[in-house]
Design a protein around this ligand. Structure first.
Ligand code: CTP
Length: 398
């Protein structure tokens, strides 16, 4: 996204404070952010905050002689790659739907020749009002894009739909619009992520320390690269990446069934930390503390990676992960052969640091040998892996 630019219109809603975080995220990734602050928006965030975070002058007035002379309200949208409205109020959406242009924000939106993304934010009654519904329909028909709103507790004390999407979600929606390179367009991808929970009884389970971050980052990168992506995830606290289909499961057996249902796929990446064993029988009722200390036998879980890599329809490329505490490359190479997958992403988990961390140091084992990657964020590992996958798929017949 480096070098891209966004015109961000900040409407009058309490959620405007979240927009400040959105600007920070965009700037971090090298995006130029030009802001327009409406009169309503100025009640919630200051011009100074927007200017300081964006490093750009803030536009307020349609008839300001200085900016009109230099850029003008038409030019402001012309020099940007995308127009974003966050928060998008019911009033601003109504103006857009009606084609009004009485202030700088609505004039810019009417004059825009770029895609427009709205992050609505309003009271649940306003969002559900027939007038707003009509306007949303009209705007969607006009090609306007939406992210959110989410349901939940609203600042006004009521509960329901109308809460502005979180900055991370708006960021992902922007990223999906700004990225042009889509080497996996038209392809299908499957990713597993997170731990599995193996029931002992209705309240207890066996689990592991996987956070799911790496698998989620890979799924996000696949979707950004244009792949139709199914993410089969064990229990995690993570927000689903933008543009993927999320299938939530608990146990290894559920994960295998969900993976089979997602086939055929061009590429499948198995980043989940699947429990190798489960209790042979899960108790139907909670095991009570009174009485003897319980003991239970474990039985082996299905190996999902091996089942998919050795089954049909086999994805053109299967990528496993190997979490090792010793002899990283040798153990990972043996795992690659044993499981029948094409590549292994191996990581050393001996100090436990990788679990839940945002960065990792991995080795990629392919048919050509071992590549040692430097320490990278899990997002960067996802992006790099996806570029390698796109390259490899060019050479593998469908
Ligand atoms: N995997 C899987 N199903 C299992 C176990 C593992 O799909 N029941 C996948 C993981 O998602 C990962 C790879 O197999 O891609 C290797 O997982 P890992 O835990 O490192 O290996 P194990 O097969 O458990 O072998 P070991 O415990 O001997 O290291």
């Amino acid at each position: 996204m480096n070098g891209k630019s966004v015109l961000l219109i900040v409407g009058g809603g309490i959620a405007a404070y979240k927009t400040l975080d959105l600007i920070r995220r965009l700037k971090e990734r090298g995006v130029t952010v030009r802001t327009v602050l409406t009169d309503g928006g100025a009640h919630f965030v200051t011009e100074l905050s927007l200017a300081a975070l964006s490093g750009e002058p803030v536009h307020r007035d349609m008839f300001a002689t200085d900016t009109e002379g230099r850029i003008g309200h038409i030019q402001l949208s012309r020099v940007s790659d995308l127009v974003v409205v966050a928060p998008a109020t019911a009033d601003l959406m109504a103006k857009m739907a009606a084609g009004l242009a009485g202030d700088l924000a609505s004039a810019l939106l009417l004059a825009a020749d770029k895609k427009v993304l709205l992050a609505p934010s309003m009271n649940v009654k306003m969002w559900n009002h027939p007038a707003t519904k009509r306007n949303v329909e009209t705007l969607k028909r006009d090609g306007i894009l939406f992210v959110g709103p989410a349901a939940g507790d609203l600042a006004c004390g009521e509960t329901g739909s109308g809460r502005m999407a979180e900055p991370a979600e708006i960021f992902a929606a922007i990223e999906a619009q700004l990225i042009e390179h889509r080497p996996l367009a038209g392809m299908k991808a499957l990713v597993t992520a997170g731990p599995t929970h193996e029931a002992i009884d209705p309240v207890r389970y066996i689990a592991n320390r996987s956070s799911g971050k790496q698998g989620y980052a890979i799924a996000a990168a696949l979707a950004l690269a244009g792949a139709e992506t199914v993410l089969v995830s064990g229990p995690t606290d993570l927000a689903p990446p933008y543009g993927i289909k999320l299938v939530k499961v608990n146990s290894a057996r559920e994960m295998l069934a969900a993976c089979r249902a997602a086939l055929p796929a061009d590429v499948a990446i198995f980043a989940a930390a699947v429990a190798d064993w489960r209790p042979e029988t899960a108790a139907d009722a909670k095991i009570k503390k009174a009485g003897a200390v319980p003991s239970f036998r474990l039985t082996e879980n299905p190996d999902i990676l091996a089942a998919v890599a050795q089954g049909t329809p086999r994805p053109r490329l299967t990528v496993g992960f190997a979490a090792e505490t010793e002899n990283l490359d040798a153990n990972a190479a043996a795992k690659r052969t044993r499981k029948g997958c094409d590549w292994i992403v191996a990581n050393d988990v001996s100090d436990g640091a990788v679990f839940g961390n945002d960065s990792n140091r991995v080795h990629l084992l392919t048919e050509h040998g071992v590549e040692q990657w430097p320490e990278l964020s899990k997002r960067e590992i996802g992006e790099r892996l996806v570029l390698r996958i796109a390259d490899a798929l060019k050479g593998i017949e469908a």
